[in-house]
Design a protein around this ligand. Structure first.
Ligand SMILES: CCCCC/C=C\CCCC/C=C/C(=O)SCCNC(=O)CCNC(=O)[C@H](O)C(C)(C)COP(=O)(O)OP(=O)(O)OC[C@H]1O[C@@H](n2cnc3c(N)ncnc32)[C@H](O)[C@@H]1OP(=O)(O)O
Length: 292
């Protein structure tokens, strides 16, 4: 059902499914027919590396989200792959989170389609049967941080510019309950309460201290560290690890699934408010001015 909806979006966006499918091939060579998601499969190791390639900042546009969802679904259904590393093809930015332009100046139907895709990506990541490791090689605010929080393990490059956190309040918007739950499940209630209200973006040492990431390593060791972590996790029998993961996480995803439509309606009415649109426009303007 979700895949059908995602494919509908891709077709409307003019992406050919035949070539998209090839992007997740498993013969060990890089396939880049998908525009925004590069997949480097290592079938022998049972590991694939997904590299985000949505310039300039890997923001989660509807097209990028859709390609990611389809890619994850294909890997999930291909028993060759038991582990996936998520990283950026552009070191410096892991992901700038939700695309601000998708949430600004559009109509309610667009907001609803966009939010469904955001939900779908989170659901795919959070309860994936595969071992997911985030190799965070750049800044990762808000939705970017949510993607890494949804993985099983996070390795962050040691660079003070690479901050991670859910900074929604700084934009005048509110992280929804399932962003909150994902954070609480990772760093606990009190730390989440503070981080969410203040919209904190943590530099590496603080991110490690609060538990937003599991390891901080020199920039050139992020991928190799992610690989060695995934190799350790691969040693655990899949069925036992998967059932355990499900036991830890399913209640959280069930909570969204049971109120998915209401959550979409909430988002649409919240984001459509004039005051919220103004806040977002001002934030976009601020990003522009920062440059000049
Ligand atoms: C009570 C009920 C609640 C229900 C739910 C309601 C509400 C919804 C909640 C929604 C949750 C939202 C989650 C999000 O993810 S919101 C997005 C948050 N993201 C950010 O705050 C990141 C903003 N960007 C930056 O901080 C920086 O760009 C950077 C990522 C650190 C990279 O810095 P730098 O390398 O210096 O690049 P620039 O700032 O110069 O940016 C280059 C161009 O990219 C554009 N940009 C940046 N971020 C985004 C984005 N998120 N979306 C779209 N576009 C983005 C930036 O404007 C520049 O564009 P330009 O070249 O045209 O000027």
């Amino acid at each position: 059902m979700a895949l059908v909806a995602a494919r509908g979006t891709l077709l409307r966006a003019g992406v050919r499914l035949g070539t998209e499918a090839a992007a997740c091939g498993r013969n060990g060579t890089r396939r880049s027919a998908s525009h925004r998601v590069l997949v480097e499969p290592d079938a022998a190791a049972g590991i694939a590396t997904i590299k985000f390639k949505n310039p300039p900042v890997n923001s989660l546009t509807l097209e990028f989200l859709t390609e990611l969802i389809i890619c994850l679904e294909k890997l999930e259904n291909d028993k060759t792959f038991r582990g996936v590393i998520l990283t950026s093809n552009s070191p410096g930015i892991f992901s700038a989170g939700l695309d601000l332009r998708e949430m600004c100046g559009k109509n309610p139907a667009h907001y609803a389609e966009y939010w469904r895709a955001v939900q779908e990506l989170w659901l795919k990541l959070y309860v994936s049967n595969m071992i997911l490791v985030a190799a965070i090689n750049g800044a990762s605010p808000a939705g970017g941080c949510l993607m890494s929080l949804s993985c099983d393990y996070r390795v962050l490059a040691d660079n003070p510019r690479y901050k991670v956190g859910l900074n929604e309040t700084l934009l005048g918007i509110v992280a929804p309950f399932w962003f909150r739950d994902t954070l609480v499940n990772t760093i606990g209630h009190r730390a989440s309460e503070r981080a969410l209200q203040l919209g904190l973006l943590f530099p590496p040492a603080e991110a490690l201290q609060v538990g937003m990431v599991d390891q901080v390593v020199p920039e050139d060791q992020v991928h190799s560290t992610a690989l060695s972590v995934i190799t350790q996790w691969l040693a655990i029998p899949d069925h036992a690890r998967q059932l355990t993961k499900s036991m830890m996480r399913k209640a959280t995803t069930d909570n969204l699934i049971k109120q998915r439509e209401a959550d979409i309606q909430n988002f649409v009415s919240f984001i459509s408010r004039d005051s919220i649109q103004k806040s977002l426009q001002m934030y976009i303007e601020k990003l522009k001015q920062k440059k000049s």
